[in-house]
Ligand binder design. Sequence first.
Ligand SMILES: NC(=O)c1ccc[n+]([C@@H]2O[C@H](COP(=O)([O-])OP(=O)(O)OC[C@H]3O[C@@H](n4cnc5c(N)ncnc54)[C@H](OP(=O)(O)O)[C@@H]3O)[C@@H](O)[C@H]2O)c1
Length: 274
Amino acid sequence: MFADEINNTHLSLLGFGNMGQAIVKGLLRKNIFLPSQIFVFDPAEDKQQDAKDMGVQVVTHIENLLNTSHILLVAVKPQMIQSALQPLTSIIGKDVLIISIAAGISIHYYKNLLGQSDLRIVRTMPNTPALVGEGITAITFSEECSEQDKILAQQIFQSVGKTVLVSEEQIDIVTAVSGSGPAYFFYLCECMIDAGKSLGLSEETALSLVRQTFYGAASLLISGDDLPEVLRARVTSKGGTTEAAIRTMELKNFKSIVIEAIHSAYQRAQELGK
Ligand SMILES: NC(=O)c1ccc[n+]([C@@H]2O[C@H](COP(=O)([O-])OP(=O)(O)OC[C@H]3O[C@@H](n4cnc5c(N)ncnc54)[C@H](OP(=O)(O)O)[C@@H]3O)[C@@H](O)[C@H]2O)c1
């Protein structure tokens, strides 16, 4: 988006939890918005304090959230969307660009809830590495969005990492793969730490080994074009230790467990949208 237009744009957030705060931090860090351009409504007092600490504006009456803003970032839990948007239904129109990060909530759901079929809606799925500017956000648009809306939405999420454009049908899949993905990774970390401890390492040593191993392995994966299976093959010597571990994982159907787990996340994302 052009600098002049961004300078005149205000961004309002409905909900200022983990993801809302991560996005605002990114926007401020990258100077995409000034603190004076950002407005937050969240009933939780600690979140209001977080907003004040960041220098952004706290709105105490939700009806005032869109007084001067034309972008509404919906960052409440999916189960809260209906009640949280209720007070805004008579205020929201197609002059407001609605950007949603809620898992499972479709563009159709928003249009239905707000009783308008021509709303400009950006549906996204970020993930928590956004907290350190290393997220990946999948983005899809309602057909009413302009080219400028599309550029602006991408710019917002590029402030906290990378973006990919997908069709709306694919967003629930993205939710299951990368939205929930960091938790799978942390779970694998937990398993490896437990394994190290069960063999005699201290928790501290096991944690250091796992943290740096994942950081290093992720760096290898993103620094070149080699696919994960190629990188894995390079660690796996014939008759060696890695081969013994991978053989056990295969015998215990590790791959099907992970695939089944991600399918469960996909189904849950679909249920949340109903
Ligand atoms: N966390 C993730 O990994 C992740 C990844 C991708 C997408 N998302 C999506 O991001 C959204 C937010 O997730 P999160 O992890 O940031 O949740 P969160 O930390 O719980 O933040 C949501 C915030 O909204 C507040 N809230 C509750 N009712 C509200 C209302 N009526 N109006 C305004 N604010 C209200 C909550 O306050 P209370 O705490 O007092 O209820 C909380 O501070 C969800 O829809 C989720 O699907 C999350």
